[in-house]
Write a protein that binds this ligand. Sequence first.
Ligand SMILES: [Zn+2]
Ligand SMILES: [Zn+2]
Length: 173
Amino acid sequence: MAHTIEPASSGRAKCRGCGQVIAKGELRFGERLPNPFSDDSDMTLWFHPQCAAYKRPESLAEVLEGSGVDDEAALTVIIDFGIQHRRTPRINGIRRSPSARALCRSCKEPIVKDDWRIPLVIFDDGMFNASGYTHLSCVLEFFETRDILERIRHFETEPLSDEDLAEISDQLN
Ligand SMILES: [Zn+2]
Ligand SMILES: [Zn+2]
């Protein structure tokens, strides 16, 4: 079955991209995939359209045009960017490193405690799996762009203070 964009029939489904509830009546994107637990059925993963534009750009692009989502033009820009910069859909926010145990996926050096790190996820078999971290200072090397601030902010799990944001923007520029 093809992917779909349709109003949420209840307010219970959570977005696979950000983990937040999709409000009843809001347009949501449904990515249809073969069900790994059954040979002859599909499963549908629901997303806010904006979260899908960031994390599942190719799939959303298949059904976005003329779907009635209000910010179609803005979402198309996000989709094209993610397709051009193939690793950016893996970005899942930003956190200060709680320890010095993780190695950066880009430079392979440890990410020291309290340094900013970008969590990565890889979509596989209908799930996003944690796939390590990169230094904020390795962003250009790893993602081939520094233009990721909005994407980081979209998936931030704790609100960033103005000071944090200034520090992050500084390191990205
Ligand atoms: Zn979402
Ligand atoms: Zn690094």
